[in-house]
Write a protein that binds this ligand. Structure first.
Ligand SMILES: Nc1ncnc2c1ncn2[C@@H]1O[C@H](COP(=O)(O)OP(=O)(O)OP(=O)(O)O)[C@@H](O)[C@H]1O
Length: 541
């Protein structure tokens, strides 16, 4: 790659900086340190089996006391008084061999049923290994369909192949749910490349200093280099030291965006390379801060001299491109890859692959994997959900000191995950919705069936007065009830009352006690001392 396809500075650019002049070094100085490139999330592998603990360390005269495997520890009767908090838990045969492989942070080495998508990505990205700019890619698919896992897998392969063939190609991963503004995205990228450039310069400096000291004794050492005299080497060393000095890392806040952009631009263009910028949850970035970042990134190639960038966006919102500037939309969506949901059979394969590593040999009964797969397929073919179910089922079995994971553990796990979801949804409801939900709970707790909107509204009003909250209109409260219905927290059906018109009959769809506890943990609702009088009051209206 020559990097000479630039059309000058005809395009407007946020940084507006034309002073890109600096030495980028000759070929002999190029090279990327493989140690710089590491996007693999490492996992621990420290199951209980790996622990070698000396349980009788007081008696160090017993040679056999050292390095006892906990699996082999038998606690005899005499010791039972001294059994500690963890002894019972340890005495059961552990179900897991390596639980970490069921966690979301684990990147699997094999991704069944994603071969097509992985091949499509590879076919597009291979141009990076030829020094050309790969097309931008947009990846769509519902949550848990393996988008991130597949993209990371392809990136790792890309980077390892680039090292093998010594082609400068790098992948930068950004999770836009966390890094959700233009400033943060650009700052993170700038700092990553500054760090890489520092390592690159240090490596060059080390080699030049070696050359310099060798040439000081024997000037023929310069014969095969681009330096004629030792003084030239000194100049080059001084230049590089100055470059290093001038590369200022971007603070997390405080600079004008133009400056952050130009710092990133200069850092990425400091060396010849093809960079794939992976923007996971790209819709979150657009939602939070518009499409400026994508606009700027997608136009950079026309101005870069030495490097090329390509964008790989990942989203589970199929519609987010509707909000993009048409130019950004067409540039970003040069290639689109869709990840369809998994069906139950596919989920079964995925679970089986993981279970082989995660569990001990006979730990799973035959029904467990098919049931987890079936539950997750009902949701929307979400592999994350399936893996969560399997892990939770294993944990519940482990906790009840069972020898194997059974169907009942999966059902319990399903309930637990569902309850966790409900708790999370209820906890994060706006206060007004919480008051409406609390009114419904109070009515149910008092044995009212087929609750109607009017009844909810009466209790709601009194609760609002009690905690000094604004009182919304009955129409608005009806809307909030519909929202609770959509979230699956209540069930509201419209029933016809003949000549009295139609009304909604509301019932709770979630466990009452847990939901009430979550509501009362909200400091405003928690202040209501005794809610009983409010329910009595419904008869007064
Ligand atoms: N084909 C597969 N084989 C093995 N594991 C998979 C496969 N697909 C997904 N997974 C696992 O399922 C979990 C969710 O996958 P991933 O994070 O890639 O989903 P995603 O589509 O990016 O979801 P989201 O949009 O919510 O980020 C991860 O733990 C991943 O390892």
């Amino acid at each position: 790659m020559t990097g000479n396809e630039t059309d000058g500075h005809t395009n407007e650019r946020t940084n507006g900086s034309d002073e890109q002049e600096r030495s980028t070094g000759g070929d002999e100085e190029t090279g990327i340190d493989p140690a710089d490139i590491d996007i693999q999330e490492s996992i621990g592998n420290d199951g209980l089996d790996d622990l070698d603990v000396d349980l009788e360390s007081d008696d160090d005269t017993t040679p056999s006391s050292a390095g006892v495997d906990l699996d082999e520890v038998v606690l005899d009767e005499a010791d039972s008084d001294s059994r500690g908090l963890f002894d019972d838990l340890l005495s059961g045969e552990p179900i897991f061999e390596n639980k970490e492989v069921l966690r979301p942070s684990y990147t699997p080495h094999e991704l069944p049923h994603r071969t097509d998508q992985i091949n499509q990505m590879a076919t597009i990205l291979v141009s990076a290994l030829r020094g050309e700019t790969p097309s931008n890619i947009l990846i769509y698919g519902k949550t848990g369909t393996g988008k991130t896992a597949s993209a990371k897998f392809v990136s790792q392969e890309l980077e390892s192949t680039s090292q093998k063939y010594d082609v400068p190609c790098e992948v930068e991963y950004i999770n836009c749910e966390v890094t959700d503004t233009q400033y943060r995205v650009l700052a993170q990228l700038a700092n990553k490349f500054i760090e890489k450039n520092h390592a690159l310069i240090d490596d060059r400096l080390r080699r030049l200093r070696d050359l310099r000291s060798a040439a000081a004794d024997d000037p023929t050492q310069l014969a095969d280099t681009r330096f004629e005299r030792v003084a030239d080497v000194d100049d080059r060393i001084a230049d590089l030291e100055q470059d290093r000095e001038e590369m200022e890392t971007v603070p997390m806040t405080g600079w004008p965006t133009d400056r952050v952009y130009s710092t990133f631009f200069e850092a990425v263009d400091y060396n010849e390379r093809v960079v794939v910028i992976m923007l996971d949850e790209i819709d979150k970035l657009v939602e939070k801060s518009g499409d400026d970042t994508l606009y700027n990134l997608s136009r950079m190639n026309s101005e870069l001299d030495n490097s090329r960038i390509s964008i790989m966006g990942i989203s589970n919102d199929l519609k987010f491109t509707d909000f993009l500037d048409p130019r950004v939309k067409s540039s970003l969506g040069e290639e689109e890859i869709v990840f369809p949901p998994y069906d139950a059979n596919q989920l079964r394969d995925i679970l089986q692959h993981r279970a082989d590593i995660a569990f001990k040999g006979e730990a799973l009964t035959d029904d467990v994997i098919p049931l987890c797969a079936a539950f997750a397929a009902q949701e929307h073919g979400d592999a994350r959900r399936a893996l969560d179910l399997l892990r939770t089922a294993g944990e519940l079995a482990e906790r009840s000191q069972a020898d194997t994971v059974e169907e009942a553990h999966v059902r319990q796990a399903q309930d637990k995950i569902e309850l966790d979801r409900v708790v999370e949804v209820v906890r994060t409801l706006p206060t007004q919705s919480k008051i409406v939900l609390f009114s419904i709970i109070l009515l149910e707790k008092n044995g009212v069936h087929n609750i109607n909107t009017g009844e909810v509204f009466n209790i709601y009003k009194r609760l609002c007065e009690e905690i000094d909250a604004d009182i919304l209109t009955q129409r608005r409260v009806t809307d909030l009830i519909s929202e609770l219905d959509m979230l699956g927290i209540v069930n509201a059906v419209v029933v016809s009352k003949g000549r009295y018109g139609r009304t909604k009959e509301i019932s709770l769809s979630v466990p009452i006690d847990e939901t009430e506890a979550v509501l009362l943990s909200d400091s405003r609702l928690g202040n209501i001392e005794d809610a009983q009088p409010f329910v009595q009051a419904r008869f007064d209206n």
